[in-house]
Design a protein. Structure first.
Length: 153
């Protein structure tokens, strides 16, 4: 005799599905003293023969692997895909590390450039030499202008 949970696992369905089959009379079972169901294995086999085509896994498409070889093939494909994903992850990590190195390099260059430029509020340390002015100061201009006006009359 099987419990409701054991029968559900054997069929690959939920306990609710088996419970509904019992309630609708499609699957015969007896109640135990503790209130659980007792399902005969032969009755479950009969039920599976009649209704097996309706069962599907809750997460899949209803196809269950037929052989161990098929399971091994699926496992091998999963391992290959996992390997590919790991390779992609390693490649992405290398790209990230390279981008971080480039960022650090450019940050260093920017820091060097910003340190070499004088700040706007500082006076320059070296004063340029005084150039001789080609134009004399204002007093001599006025004097020349006065002389010119006097000469013209």
């Amino acid at each position: 005799m099987l419990t409701l949970g054991q029968a559900a696992r054997h069929c690959g369905v939920s306990k609710g599905t088996i419970s509904k089959a019992i309630a609708s009379g499609k699957l015969s079972a007896t109640r135990r003293e503790d209130g659980s169901w007792a399902i005969d294995g032969a009755e479950l086999a009969r039920y599976l023969d009649v209704n097996g085509h309706r069962f599907r896994t809750e997460t899949g498409s209803g196809e269950q692997p037929a052989t161990i070889a098929e399971l091994r093939a699926r496992a091998e494909l999963a391992e290959q895909r996992l390997g590919d994903l790991k390779a992609m992850l390693d490649d992405m990590r290398r790209q990230r590390d390279d981008a971080e190195r480039q960022r650090d390099k450019w940050e260093t260059v920017a820091t060097r450039l910003s340190l070499s430029a004088p700040k706007p509020d500082q006076q320059p340390t070296a004063t340029p030499p005084q150039q001789l002015s080609a134009v004399p100061d204002n007093t001599s201009r006025l004097r020349r202008a006065w002389r010119w006006m006097q000469a013209r009359g």
